[in-house]
Design a protein around this ligand. Structure first.
Ligand code: MRU
Length: 345
């Protein structure tokens, strides 16, 4: 499943519109920088690694729109492209990491003309997509070793193919472990308010024939108390240098519940999700989204008019609640500053 790809014939990005799943599987095309930014903002494309690739390709798409040969004007214009993409979502560090990489490509190709720099940006966007898939497969192999045969694994949100270029981080580990007979069943938290677990994780599992049960978020403690869960694996949007991890709202409570029931709680994420510049999770910017996401389920309003809404999209799980952080370069267990630093290459 290609979550997103660059179309050479049209110099645009083709992506699955994830807001339509699971009812409708439809590719749409982002043909302008505003369309790229909006797709990220309204979650047509979401999940930290997928947002990173989208941002990189978005920069390339922005470059194709420049008319003229004046390099100074091109650089000035490109700043507006970077600035628009930077403003979309604050928490997933992969977005900023991808933009930094594209800034590096512009600097490295400074000797070329506008067309040459644009071609290099397109190539880099495509390269990042291919790299992401390879990284996820390495992460999957590293994480699968942590699970015992016949494990029942709970996950939160969607850290699957749809959250990456393909294969997934947490679901990548699950895919790799399933292929080795180590997964009996996946328990997918529905993940209010946007229901990525119900709409996307359950969709991926059903598509692939991996046994999956969908549960509401507040069922986790009961399932654990009944001995139904052997491990939890989630993705991440940004990990601080000490291992504190920002992920979809509800991840922190799931980690507390896991600790209380002695169920190992793992995070799977690429090195590009680790923000080594941040000392702890307290420094991670947390996105607050429109109250309508909580006020409504689908189009249906579920609360009285006038009630105040709080809608943090992510929370921070302290490193001490995490048994291990699984990356493409190995597993940091426990995930402290020293072990995470060793994985940086
Ligand atoms: O708001 P979303 O859907 O972009 O949130 C996604 C998550 O929180 C994922 O768990 C995280 O990005 C890891 S994806 C491999």
């Amino acid at each position: 499943m290609d979550t997103l790809r660059w179309l050479d014939e049209e110099n645009c990005i083709e992506l699955i519109d994830q807001t339509l799943l699971p009812g409708k599987f439809k590719y749409i095309k982002a043909k302008s920088i505003e369309a790229v930014a909006k797709a990220i903002e309204i979650l047509q494309v979401r999940g930290a690694p997928a947002i990173g690739v989208m941002a990189a390709m978005g920069v390339a798409l922005g470059a194709t729109k420049f008319r003229g040969k004046d390099k100074e004007k091109f650089y000035e214009y490109m700043e507006t492209v970077f600035e628009r993409i930077e403003r979309t979502r604050p928490t997933a560090v992969n977005l900023f990491w991808a933009l930094e990489r594209q800034r590096g490509i512009i600097a490295k190709n400074a000797g070329k003309d506008v067309a040459g720099i644009t071609a290099a940006l397109i190539e880099e966007g495509k390269k990042m997509r291919v790299e992401d898939i390879k990284i996820n497969k390495r992460m999957g192999a590293n994480g699968a070793k942590l699970l015992k045969k016949g494990s029942r694994v709970m996950t939160h949100c969607n850290a699957g193919s749809l959250a990456t270029a393909d294969y997934g981080t947490a679901l990548g580990v699950i895919r790799a472990a399933y292929a080795k007979g180590r997964i009996e069943r996946v328990y997918a938290d529905e993940t209010r308010p946007r229901l990525q677990g119900a709409m996307l994780t359950a969709f991926e599992m059903v598509q692939e024939g991996i046994p999956c049960s969908l549960n509401c978020d507040n069922a986790a403690a009961t399932l654990m108390a009944r001995g139904m869960i052997d491990a939890v694996i989630v993705g991440a949007d940004r990990i601080a240098a000490n291992g504190d991890t920002a992920n979809k709202i509800g991840t922190y409570s799931l980690a507390i519940v896991s600790k209380a029931h002695k169920v190992p709680f793992y995070v799977a994420a690429p090195i590009s999700t680790i923000d080594y510049s941040l000392k702890s999770g307290a420094e991670i910017p947390i996105e607050e989204r429109d109250g309508d996401e909580v006020r409504k389920i689908g189009r249906e309003v579920i609360c009285p008019d006038g009630v105040d809404i709080v809608n943090y999209a992510f929370d921070v799980t302290p490193a001490k609640l995490i048994a291990g952080i699984i990356t493409e370069n190995g597993v940091a267990a426990p995930p402290n500053r020293k072990n995470l630093a060793k994985l940086r290459k």
